[in-house]
Design a protein around this ligand. Structure first.
Ligand code: 13P
Length: 256
């Protein structure tokens, strides 16, 4: 089945509004041919209005937030609600990133609450999962991925899954320069798809897009994207430069 590739930049805690403007100006000049892929930029909350304004003329590039609150509104100092995100025209939200899990203590239950809250306002989900090196070495890859998926997606409907992208990001490959081999990534993606099939059936599993994330660079994008179950990339460090982000998209979309 054809699945349109989706490339998402996750800037993490990098760039302010003026750098956001500079990035977009330069990126749009590099991506004029518009490969047939979805392109998403996940900027810090503070940059989203600027990003929206800068992308308005160009069209076709969507915005994501990197997190959201699991609560509606009220006394939650420092948090950002899903309704606020909608108001500034955000379309996607990254939930469950390993940095949120490990640094900010987000459990599968919290992630599940956030995923559900985001769907209440029709945000599209970029749901991140992935194992640590210790878990992989202990032979727990499948059990970790399976529980992250089962507990993370508990209670989400097939319609919700139609608006979900799963990002498989092995923790040991994030920001380390160590990429999973194409075979390791393909095996994990095939497994993730099989877990989705066991919960939601084959149709949904065949349709859902699964991104790979973890040290994706211009020189490894083509090989990763050539794998049958890899449908795009979630890119950290290499998405901070317009040239490398656009090279990843072009190389990832080039025929293998
Ligand atoms: P790097 O591309 O910097 O390894 O980060 C990956 C990531 O965490 C994207 O969400």
């Amino acid at each position: 089945m054809y699945r349109r590739p989706i490339f998402a930049a996750n800037w993490k805690m990098n760039k302010g509004p003026s750098e956001t403007q500079d990035f977009v100006k330069s990126f749009l000049q590099k991506i004029t041919d518009r490969p047939s892929a979805d392109i998403v930029i996940a900027a810090p909350f503070l940059c989203l209005p600027t990003l929206s304004e800068s992308l308005r003329e160009a069209g076709g590039i969507e915005m994501a937030a990197q997190n959201c609150s699991q609560f509606d509104d009220g006394a939650y100092t420092g948090e950002i609600s899903v309704k606020m995100l909608r108001e500034v025209l955000v379309r996607h939200v990254i939930i469950g990133h390993s940095e949120r899990r490990s640094i900010f203590g987000e459990t599968n239950a919290i992630i599940n609450a956030k995923l559900k809250k985001a769907r209440e306002v029709n945000l599209k989900l970029i749901f991140c999962i992935g194992e640590t090196l210790e878990e992989r070495n202990a032979g727990q890859l499948e059990s970790i991925l399976s529980s992250q998926i089962t507990e993370g997606l508990a209670g989400l409907t097939t319609d919700d899954l139609d608006h979900t992208v799963i990002a498989y990001e092995p923790v040991w490959a994030i920001g380390t320069g160590v990429t999973a081999t194409a075979q390791q990534a393909q095996d994990a993606h095939a497994y993730v798809r099989s877990v989705v099939a066991s919960i939601y059936g084959d149709d949904i599993a065949q349709k859902i897009r699964i991104q790979y994330g973890g040290s994706v660079k211009p020189n490894n994008a083509a090989e990763l994207m050539a794998c049958p179950d890899i449908d795009g990339a979630l890119i950290g460090g290499a998405s901070l430069e317009p040239q490398s982000f656009s090279d990843i998209i072009h190389n990832g979309c080039a025929p293998a």
